[in-house]
Design a protein around this ligand. Structure first.
Ligand SMILES: CC(=O)N[C@H]1[C@@H](OP(=O)(O)OP(=O)(O)OC[C@H]2O[C@@H](n3ccc(=O)[nH]c3=O)[C@H](O)[C@@H]2O)O[C@H](CO)[C@@H](O)[C@@H]1O
Length: 373
């Protein structure tokens, strides 16, 4: 009889780390329904809600990020890190995993480091075209490193790298909703061009400011309609501005979209930050997109993510600093240019890497099985 598989998946902080993790877990369960999976996240962060929503158990570590601006504040961060390592050790001792998977974000550091020290094989998944500090450190002990972009030998030992692409949630890779039904679910018309605006899982200040300043353009272009995700933090100020702008039947505003399959099915064009997970979804769903990379992320990695597409004429890119003056005009002229939409869709489709979650799940299972023997 096959031994029971016990797997820890760790990381989070933002949707960009959490959704790939859930997608890998789902793919493992499809291949090995008997597997036991435990998530390890960071207390108070988004994963503590989203992972149980997806049907998995999660334990939080008391970890926080380093404050790079106020070094003196990091004394408590170091204490939290030590407490997290200690807690990770006791979680691993109790759960006895055969493998630990890290998807980036605060919790994956102490969990995978401790797992490595305890002789448990580890696998890391790097979503971006520029490796994060935590993953670079964890790479030394990792057995396998799953990546989504070419050229990652710059950061990781070449013999451990596997090109898998980023895992995308299963409901986006299976049958998509009907476009008309999707539009109706956002109270929008079936016969109008639709722009979906997303600022990553947390929302994006520049995109929100641009849209707020563009409310009069939204009113004037009633033949185009908009689904606008603001992020939780910006939602109150955006709704206030929208209310003040008066009746806007061609606009749907929300803080977070739970049903991204419906949002993508409804959209003819997307405006988005250039997070790696979002980009993988645009590729798989062949979505024409205007990217506005965030300048506030480590090593400017979103610009690098975006340029990998722009170089292949697979996306339009607008700099964060130019968004307020140029984004609305570019988006409106693109959504009304059928030929351009078709060209962007055709080119971005070529960059899709399907089956990513399944390939990673197979690697995780291989490591777990060999450790269980
Ligand atoms: C500010 C920040 O640190 N951003 C990083 C974070 O982005 P972020 O968390 O924004 O992640 P991504 O853009 O990679 O993915 C966002 C995910 O959230 C989903 N979604 C989004 C909005 C919504 O309303 N509903 C919803 O479900 C998208 O479908 C997608 O699956 O992780 C990415 C992957 O490591 C990095 O590339 C980003 O630079």
């Amino acid at each position: 009889m096959e031994k029971e598989l016990r797997i820890i998946i760790s990381g989070g902080g933002t949707g960009g780390h959490i959704f790939p993790a859930v997608s890998i877990a789902n793919a493992i369960m499809e291949l090995r329904p008997d597997a036991k999976i435990l998530f390890v996240g960071a207390e108070g962060r988004m994963e503590m809600q989203r992972v149980p929503d997806a049907g998995y158990q999660i334990i939080g570590l008391p970890i926080a990020g380093f404050d790079r601006k106020h070094l003196w504040k990091n004394v408590s961060v170091v204490i939290k890190l030590l407490r997290s390592q200690w807690k990770a050790r006791s979680i691993i001792k109790n759960f006895r995993p055969q493998v630990a998977v890290g998807v980036g974000g605060y919790a994956s550091g102490p969990t995978l480091k401790t797992a490595g020290m305890m002789g448990i094989p580890t696998l890391i998944q790097e979503q971006n075209s520029y490796a994060g500090v935590t993953n670079k450190l964890l790479a030394q002990k990792a057995r396998k490193i799953c990546v989504a972009y070419d050229g990652m030998e710059k950061f990781f030992p070449a013999d451990k790298i596997i090109m898998t692409g980023n895992p995308v949630r299963q409901n986006l890779t299976k049958a998509m909703p009907d476009k008309e039904d999707a539009l109706r679910s956002f109270n929008l018309q079936p016969d109008k061009k639709t722009i979906l605006i997303v600022g990553g899982s947390l929302g994006a200040r520049t995109i929100n400011n641009t849209l707020t300043a563009g409310l009069s353009a939204i009113k004037a272009n009633s033949d185009v309609q908009f689904i606008w995700q603001t992020g939780k933090y910006y939602y109150p100020q955006v709704t206030e501005a929208v209310k003040a702008a008066g009746e806007l039947p061609n606009l749907y505003v929300t803080d977070f979209i739970k049903d991204m399959a419906a949002a993508y099915a409804a959209a003819d064009l997307v405006i988005s930050r250039a997070g790696a997970g979002s980009i993988s979804e645009f590729c798989l769903l062949h979505k024409p997109v205007v990217l506005v990379p965030s300048p506030n992320v480590a090593e400017d990695h979103q610009t690098k993510n975006a340029l990998a597409l722009v170089d292949k004429q697979a996306a339009i890119c607008v700099k964060d600093s130019e968004a307020e003056s140029a984004l609305m005009d570019i988006a409106l002229s693109t959504v009304n240019d059928g030929q351009k939409l078709e060209e962007l869709s055709k080119n971005i489709a070529k960059l899709a890497l399907p089956d990513s979650a399944k390939i990673i799940a197979q690697e995780v299972i291989k490591l777990a099985v060999s450790a269980a023997d």
